[in-house]
Write a protein of this length. Sequence first.
Length: 62
Amino acid sequence: MTTPDTQSCTACQDLERGREQAAAVRDRSKVTDFHVLIARHRARHPAADEAVNVMREQGPRT
Ligand SMILES: [Zn+2]
């Protein structure tokens, strides 16, 4: 596994599944859409666990 954090993220799994289904019916524009969505989504959680910890540590501080 090269991206273990993806396995525990249901959003990633849903996006991957959608992209695979789009590819299965050769819907290229849909595949591209999912590719963008996946890239955008993953940019928000390069490391899910660390992101959670960072959010906790920062807490309500402004
Ligand atoms: Zn994800």
